[in-house]
Design a protein around this ligand. Sequence first.
Ligand SMILES: *[C@@H]1O[C@H](CO)[C@@H](O)[C@H](O)[C@H]1NC(C)=O
Length: 206
Amino acid sequence: MPKAIISLTAVTVALLAAVAGGGDTTARCAPVPSMTAEEACSAVCGTDHMRSLCHRTLLPPRRRVAAAARRHAVTRYISAAARVALDAYAATAAAKRVTEYSAAVPADERTAHERCIDGYDLAARFMARLAVVSVSGDVARSGCDAAARRRVREDFEGCLDGMDVCRRRLFGYPASPLYGRNLADRNMTLLVALLSNLVISPAPAT
Ligand SMILES: *[C@@H]1O[C@H](CO)[C@@H](O)[C@H](O)[C@H]1NC(C)=O
């Protein structure tokens, strides 16, 4: 019996050491940053076009004044932008269905549209995950959520891949109504990816 107690103590000591070691790791893990929408847009957007897309997305006119001053965890901006992207994908898929009824669209272009929308289906699956993104940044409570951060990266890369699948298919059809839509949807997807980067490699806390 005393032997059992000793080995239990040894296990407990080992566990405590592991927890303490883990504590060192989590201490180096930056929390999910909080900022205003304006700050988030400035932090991630390199062009005026992207910045204005970002403002339109995160600060819809109806709520602009009230919303602009508030700071939120950036995960909130990722999910808000992801929902807008999903709406844009749905609108493009609807535009594609309209082309199915047009006799003027040649067969090869129809095939290109089908393949393009395969890319959208792929992108939408990943984007739906970003719309409910959850990354714990509370170091004290649950530590560095490395797995969640990795998933965020996989998700936005999947979205960008899906947009590129479509773009490659439409390359020979610049007059297609889907062509311009895809360029705009890709920019929207890029915005989600840029915002997502804020949780993957957060700036050091200030
Ligand atoms: C996408 O963004 C780039 C710059 O970030 C801009 O030049 C381009 O016009 C945008 N395309 C569309 C279709 O919005």
